[in-house]
Design a protein around this ligand. Structure first.
Ligand code: GLU
Ligand code: MG
Length: 457
């Protein structure tokens, strides 16, 4: 970023001030998501927005090593307290927060003081990978489903809605809450496609329209912030934890994606299985091949593996299948006649402790590697893999995904595609945070892990 860029950003922010003031905005927050999936924020009074947009505000380099509970998994060589990055908001994504009157928010990106992009920034990394795919004339449409539970206030999890799974009675209990949430999301320009009660008591879900990956990740941060804020206004606490309660059903963060070229969906109308084109097949093949390593990004916590078990629709097996909710990769074609716009791939095994920018970056990196290698997809699976039995699973080469964060972290460390794309600094920081969490929960029981992980994200 040079001085001319800074001038442009400054003028742009200045031009936004009157409109924001008219809408009652007093403060602007900008945040980035760290390697443990926590959004870390800085904010300024409205009149400082031009300065924020041009010059940013400081963040310590140690934030790349923060664990979800704020412990710092010290970077090597005693460098934790030294150095500074500047977080700069993306003004194109500035949103007036409907559930936090007086506040606006924009996703931020971190730059070095030289103005160079900070090489450990996950949003900038994802932007680079999206741009690389664009040079192949491939665009990506994507979204992240958000599942959460609402609880009464307090440390314990006390579901705030009860009644049958997916039951209409739950919408009666959550009627005002649901209305306020949908209205806040609409005011913020988020296109909601669905809102429904999920399986567990207190569990709800929102799905949103697909966007480019960077914007889909921004939306995922914004939707969660809105869900939290609406909860507060209703005296409720929100948890996005993959396993709020060790005995219950988990919260997923399923990722949907499709590839396109010149307005055409590459996941439909091809000659491959279920209409996939050769490119979409190879991209999906790359994802399937690297799923164990990707889990260190998409299911990044010890508690993630309490969720990722068979027969919970979490996708615990490394396989794919048409509309198969027990396959880690669920092929969705849509109804007959809608394939062109509806066909996409759902990655079910991920959860909402993930940094969404890192998850998308990982998916694009290994998908692109699949494109380069022309990776094939195995036979799809059309039953619950758990029902096949050990022998059939082994003969068909269908493996359980990592059962622990240890296994996923080891696969990540060994993955050269991810290592090369992310670079040593980012890979090392992610690894340090994962190792530190493994150490934290070394002897912990599932109940303790669920309780300690419940409210942070
Ligand atoms: N809650 C399930 C999960 O942990 C997903 C249920 C669904 O398929 O929507 O991912
Ligand atoms: Mg769901």
């Amino acid at each position: 970023m040079d001085l001319a860029d800074r001038d442009r950003r400054l003028s742009r922010a200045e031009s936004l001030l009157p409109g924001l003031a008219d809408r009652g905005v007093v403060a602007v927050a900008t945040s980035f998501v760290d390697n443990s999936g926590i959004s870390r924020v800085k904010s300024v009074p409205l009149d400082r927005l031009p300065s924020l947009a041009a010059w940013g505000v400081g963040f310590s380099t140690s934030f790349d090593y923060f664990r979800f509970d704020d412990w710092v998994a010290a970077p090597p060589g005693g460098t934790a307290p030294v150095g500074d990055q500047r977080i700069i908001p993306d003004l194109d994504r500035l949103v007036v927060l409907a559930a936090q009157p007086g506040w606006a928010w924009a996703p931020g990106e971190r730059y070095a003081q030289t103005g160079e992009p900070y090489e450990l920034d996950s949003r900038l990394l994802l932007t680079r990978l999206v741009d690389e795919l664009a040079t192949r004339r491939i665009s990506v449409l994507s979204s992240i489903e958000i599942e959460w539970v609402v609880s009464e206030e307090g440390e314990e999890y006390v579901p705030a809605t009860t009644g049958p799974a997916y039951g209409l009675t739950r919408l009666t209990n959550a009627s005002d809450y649901g209305r306020d949430l949908l209205s806040a999301l609409a005011q913020q320009g988020v296109t909601v496609e669905q809102f429904h009660p999920e399986y567990a008591d207190g569990q709800l879900e929102v799905s949103v329209a697909p966007e480019s990956p960077v914007h889909a990740a921004d939306t995922s941060v914004l939707v969660r912030q809105t869900v939290r804020a609406i909860g507060r206004r209703h005296g409720l606490r929100t948890s996005f934890s993959p396993k709020v309660d060790a005995a219950g059903v988990g919260n997923g963060g399923h990722v949907h994606l499709s590839l396109g070229r010149d307005e055409r969906n590459l996941m439909a109308g091809g000659s491959g299985r279920f209409g996939l084109t050769d490119e979409a097949t190879a991209f999906a093949g790359g994802i399937l091949e690297h799923l164990p390593a990707l889990l260190a990004l998409g299911a990044p916590s010890v508690v993630s593996y309490l969720r990722l078990v068979p027969q919970h629709w979490a996708g615990a097996y490394a396989c794919w299948g048409l509309e198969n909710r027990e396959a880690a990769l669920r092929m969705v074609t849509g109804s007959r006649g809608s394939e062109d716009w509806a066909a996409n791939l759902e990655v079910k095994c991920f959860d909402l402790h993930a940094n969404p920018y890192l998850t998308f970056a990982g998916l694009l990196a290994v998908g692109t590697a699949g494109l380069d290698a022309g990776t094939a997809l195995p036979e799809p699976v059309d039953v619950d893999p758990a029902s096949l039995g050990e022998e059939a699973l082994a003969s068909r080469g269908i493996e359980r995904l990592p059962r622990t964060l240890r296994e996923a972290t080891d696969a990540f460390v060994d993955d050269t595609v991810l290592g090369t794309t992310f670079g040593e600094g980012l890979t090392g920081a992610i690894r340090a945070v994962r190792e530190s969490e493994l150490e934290l929960f070394d002897d912990a029981e599932p109940d303790q892990i669920a309780a300690a992980s419940r409210w942070a994200h």
